[in-house]
Design a protein around this ligand. Structure first.
Ligand SMILES: *[C@@H]1O[C@H](CO)[C@@H](O)[C@H](O)[C@H]1NC(C)=O
Ligand SMILES: *[C@@H]1O[C@H](CO)[C@@H](O)[C@H](O)[C@H]1NC(C)=O
Ligand SMILES: *[C@@H]1O[C@H](CO)[C@@H](O)[C@H](O)[C@H]1NC(C)=O
Ligand SMILES: *[C@@H]1O[C@H](CO)[C@@H](O)[C@H](O)[C@H]1NC(C)=O
Ligand SMILES: *[C@@H]1O[C@H](CO)[C@@H](O)[C@H](O)[C@H]1NC(C)=O
Ligand SMILES: *[C@@H]1O[C@H](CO)[C@@H](O)[C@H](O)[C@H]1NC(C)=O
Length: 382
């Protein structure tokens, strides 16, 4: 019996030893295999403090994998990483929703018009969400009432012209919208000077029936090379060669799939999150989104913006701003009848502008005067 016990003990000891060996050999092997079969863009987040994000670019096998950036992850980056894990397909049971994302500093002077747009019928409540990004360091005007009440996203940070902070703000809005509601299907970026050109019904039907994003994607616009090189002659290389560079309006409408693509992007963003050498060409928010989507999924985009703007007037880099006296039924009709300009020269599409800018804060009274009969009346004829 005693002999038997000793044999049993020996056998158990051998089994434990074997388990140790398996652990010692297999775990590192597993790690190596995981690394070999890892996706093209490997993102490693170290769990120990400080949290560090390392991106390895191994898309191109001519260059060996290398670290593009290695820096502490701030709250923004963690938030974006969380948003990049959401389901790209909106839930099938619930109706699709539109995410209206307003990017402003302190106020939304045209809020009453939007309020009217949103509240035309009560059943609209379940078809949209509103998100507002403000400058938290400045005092807000008291116009965040009604639909806009409590819609300021808590991660808001100051955003300035001629810097990539405007891109960061838009990415934050997208991340918030993705995480907030799985039914958000289209993400519309708007400025405080934007107005709707149609009823909610019309806008909703147009956007939920599209499977593509609407984003202006222009190739070789005048001055494009200077804009590509605005952070230095080599700043964009090698990820964004000159021939991949695109420009377009900052105001786009992205599908849920593309919204997730933007918040997941680390590689292209790292090329655009840079200071410009010259200010007059520094509009990174007009470059990043068209370039990224052109590189990742050109077929998934209608290469035009749905937000009308009049660049026949250019005052210090700002397009025409409609004065209160310009606001008439004829203006709305002209904006609705204008043809979109497609970056890919498409002649087969016949989309209509859904939004327009820029309207001055003082324009709110004449806009409200024609809201019911003209702006939100889809059959209105002048
Ligand atoms: C990468 O490697 C694959 C397979 O070895 C090859 O087919 C492909 O052409 C290479 N790509 C580049 C950019 O060299
Ligand atoms: C809808 O919005 C308009 C404009 O702000 C407002 O006058 C009206 O009272 C609102 N109606 C409802 C039902 O909330
Ligand atoms: C909007 O559409 C819904 C459903 O198609 C309809 O019930 C509602 O009356 C429409 N509202 C307006 C203001 O046209
Ligand atoms: C973007 O640039 C700013 C300023 O240089 C920096 O603080 C931030 O960490 C950068 N973000 C990313 C994701 O590279
Ligand atoms: C585009 O739409 C307008 C107005 O709805 C119509 O008059 C025109 O014939 C359409 N053009 C094409 C090419 O479908
Ligand atoms: C909408 O426009 C049509 C055509 O101009 C007009 O007949 C109708 O009265 C308008 N509806 C409203 C509510 O103003």
């Amino acid at each position: 019996m005693i002999h038997c016990e000793i044999v049993k003990k020996l056998v158990i000891q051998h089994i434990i030893l074997a388990l140790y060996i398996i652990l010692l050999v297999c775990v590192p092997l597993g790690v190596i295999l995981t690394l070999i079969t890892a996706p093209r863009l490997a993102i490693n987040v170290a769990v120990t403090q400080p949290v560090v994000l390392e991106i390895q670019n191994s898309k191109n096998n001519l260059t060996s994998p290398r670290v593009i950036t290695s820096q502490p992850l701030d709250h923004d980056e963690l938030f974006l990483r969380q948003a990049s894990k959401v389901d790209a397909n909106p839930s099938r049971q619930l109706p699709k929703k539109l995410a209206f994302m307003f990017l402003t500093t302190t106020s939304l002077p045209l809020a009453p018009l939007w309020e009217f747009f949103f509240n035309q019928t009560s059943d609209h409540k379940s078809l949209y969400n509103v998100y507002v990004h403000v400058d938290p360091t400045q005092k807000h005007e008291p116009d965040f009432f009604g639909t806009f009440h409590n819609r300021i996203i808590p991660s808001s940070k100051p955003a300035y012209r001629h810097t990539p902070t405007l891109i960061s703000a838009a990415r934050r809005l997208l991340a918030h919208g993705l995480l907030d509601d799985p039914s958000n299907y289209m993400f519309i970026l708007l400025s405080p000077s934007c107005i709707p050109l149609h009823s909610f019904n019309f806008t909703y039907k147009t956007l939920v029936s599209s499977t593509k994003s609407f984003i202006e994607v222009l190739k070789e616009e005048p001055g494009w090379y200077d804009r590509w090189a605005v952070c230095g002659p080599k700043a964009m290389l090698p990820e964004v060669p000159p021939e991949a560079f695109r420009m377009g309006s900052q105001f786009w409408t992205l599908t849920r799939l593309h919204a997730r693509m933007v918040v997941s992007d680390v590689e292209i963003w790292s090329k655009f999150n840079k200071s410009c050498v010259r200010k007059d060409m520094c509009y990174p928010e007009e470059h990043y989104f068209p370039t990224l989507l052109h590189m990742r999924d050109p077929q998934g985009c209608v290469s035009a913006t749905l937000t009308h703007v009049d660049w026949s007037v250019n005052v210090h880099g700002h397009p025409r701003t409609y004065k209160p006296s310009d606001v008439k039924a004829e203006l709305i009709q002209n904006l609705r009848n204008a043809r979109l300009s497609y970056g890919d020269g498409s002649r087969t599409r016949n989309d209509t502008f859904l939004f327009a800018r820029k309207f001055s804060p003082a324009g709110i009274s004449p806009l409200m005067n024609i809201a019911r009969n003209v702006i939100f009346n889809d059959s209105a004829l002048v």
